[in-house]
Design a protein around this ligand. Structure first.
Ligand code: GLP
Length: 269
């Protein structure tokens, strides 16, 4: 894993956007895997700025979102479809028919996963997957004990995740406890992964993901099995890392060398 530790959320947003932008400029029809939640919000804000001010075009970009709640319609204020429309898609030139979110209202939710997997396969697979991590170490909605080979499927959320996400729902509003999520196996098949984590409340999950054993108890730790993962952290999220100094030292020493010999190293495909 490449670990990049930056002073604050703003720096994390800008660096993440640099990486996504270079991918889209190299391959305008890039297939992006996208995440919801607060972690990628800064990245999306930056991408919108670059679209508006620097001509970054999403016209040919295809997207697949990691997950969606079951039981609320796509146009519900808290659906992940609405989140993506409001926080990225509507402010860019993306063709909405190229954007895919699992169907949380499928008549048979057990079919929604395989249908989504088929669509991903038809586009040739995800080039770059954006991820956040839950406080319990989940990625997408793959909660602790999810199979490390799991595919897109129906999952029951843990109490902790429901509580973490309750801030988005009104006190009397129905809050889903089920979701359709890409599996850990699905995520591991993407060509490149960008994991973003910020804030004190992520420090333990981040340490387990990077330095803990590979275990379904921390689904994020499965990323240790992927060849091309970049983790971008702010100092708060990085605070528990035992090898923090080493990661910073690696960035300083390696950056120059990589820039010189492989300026496009970041690009996936
Ligand atoms: C949510 C989403 C994940 C997200 C994670 C962290 O429940 N399903 O995709 O990465 O939990 O959320 P946040 O970034 O808001 O902390």
């Amino acid at each position: 894993m490449e670990i990049i530790i930056l002073p604050n959320e703003d720096a994390v947003a800008k660096r993440s956007a640099d990486l996504v932008e270079s991918q889209i400029r190299a391959f305008p029809d890039t297939v992006l895997g996208l995440a919801t939640g607060s972690s990628p919000l800064g990245l999306y804000r930056e991408l919108i700025n670059r679209h508006r001010d620097h001509g970054l075009s999403f016209q040919k970009v295809r997207t697949f979102n990691l997950d969606e709640y079951v039981g609320i319609p796509a146009d519900h204020t808290q659906s992940y479809r609405t989140f993506m429309d409001d926080n990225l898609f509507k402010a860019t030139d993306i063709d909405l028919s190229n954007t895919h979110v699992p169907d949380g209202m499928a008549e048979n939710p057990l079919d929604a996963g395989p249908t989504f997997e088929k669509k991903i396969a038809e586009t040739g697979g995800v080039d770059l997957q954006v991820l956040g991590i839950g406080t319990d170490g989940h990625i997408g909605f793959n909660e602790p004990t999810s199979s490390l080979r799991s595919r897109t499927r129906l999952k029951t959320l843990t109490k902790q995740t429901v509580e973490d996400n309750s801030r988005f729902f009104g006190p009397d509003e129905f809050q889903p406890k089920l979701a359709i999520t890409m599996g850990i196996g699905t995520i591991l098949e993407t060509r490149r992964i960008l994991m973003i984590a910020t804030g004190d409340n992520k420090a333990q999950a981040v340490q387990d993901m990077i330095e803990g054993p590979i275990s379904s108890i921390c689904p994020g730790s499965a990323l240790q099995l992927h060849e091309r993962v970049t983790v971008i952290l702010d100092e708060a999220a990085a605070q528990n890392l035992k090898y923090q100094e080493y990661y910073q030292h690696v960035s300083e020493i390696q950056d120059e060398l990589v820039k010189k010999h492989r300026p496009s190293d970041w690009i996936a495909r």
